[in-house]
Design a protein around this ligand. Sequence first.
Ligand code: HEM
Length: 302
Amino acid sequence: MSGEELVDAIEAASGRHAGKRRAHATGIVATGTFTATPAAAGLCTAGAMQGGAVPATVRFSNGSGNPATRDDDQDGRGIAMKLRAEGDPAWDLIGLSLPQFFVRTPEDFVAFVAARTPDPATGELDMAKVGAFLEAHPEALGAAGAAITAPIPASYAEVRFHGIHSFHWTGPDGTRRAVRYEWAPDAGEAAVDPAATGRPPDHLRQELAELLAAGSASFALWVVLAGEGDAIDDPTERWPDERERVEVGQLELTSIGAPDAEASLIFDPVNVPPGVECSDDPLLAARSRAYGVSYARRTAGD
Ligand code: HEM
C-alpha cells in the first residue's frame, strides 16, 4: 500500500490542515542530550550507545491529525527522538503512550481509520462502525482498551512511552537480539483531574516550556529483550511483563526547540544506524512511506 493511500485515508478522517503533520499535528520540540549507560555498549554497536553525551532532538505530540484538538483531549501521546551520534546517520526512535498498536498491516490501518471517521452529519464517532471493526479485528482490542482508559497526562515529562515495534540490536560480540524501547519518565507518571476545568488548550506545551525554562526534564530509556516465542513482527502483541529489561541510557532535555524546528523536522522509524536493524514488521516500511508523503505535503504548504 502506498504512502499516498495511507495519508489520504488519514486526511479523510481528520481533515487536510495546511502545513501540519497529517497525524500528531500538535506538539512541541525540545533539545538536550542522550547518554548511554555502560550496559548499552554490550548490547548495541551504534555510536549513541557507546556512552558519550549525544545531541538529542525530541518532539512530543498528541496523536490526532486535527490541529484544533486540545492537549487535554482523550488521545494517545507521542515521543519522537532523533539522536545524532558523530559518524552515524541520524537515529529516530519513536513511541506512543500506548503499549501496543491497533493493527498489524497497512490495509487494516486504512480500515481502522475509516471506521473511526466521524459521521459527517453529527461530527461524532459512529460506534456501530467502530464496534464492527473491533469484532472483525480482536487484535485491536488491547490498544483500543488502553486508549479509552488512558489518563490525561499532567506533563509530557510524566508519560511512559512505548516503542511498540521490535528492532534488532547487534552487540560487539556479534549477538543479535530483538528489542523494544520504553521511555520511563524520571518524574514518574502523573495525570490531570478530569473533573477540573479551565486548563489552556495547549496546557502540555505550556507546561513543558515552563519546566525547561526553570530546569530540565529526563527519561530513562529501557530496552525489553524478546523471549522465546515472542511476536517480533506484530505491533498488536505485547510481550510478557517478566521479560528481561535493560536500562540503556538517560535522555535529558534542557531547552525548547527553535520555533521553525518543528516544521522542518521529520522522524522516520526506519532511520537506524549500523548496529540496529528494523524487524520485518510490515507497518515499519508502511509508516516510512506515509511519513514521507505527509512531510512532502506539509512542507509544500498543502
Ligand atoms: C500504518 C500505521 C501508521 C501510519 C500510517 C502513521 C502515520 C503517521 C503520519 C502520516 C505522521 C505524520 C508524519 C510527518 O508529517 O512527519 C505520523 C506521526 C507520528 N506517528 Fe505515526 N503512523 C502509524 C503508526 C504509528 C505507530 C505504530 C507509532 C508508534 C510507535 C506512531 C507514532 C507516531 C508519532 C510519535 C508521530 C509524530 C512524529 C513527529 O513528532 O514528527 N505511528 N504518523
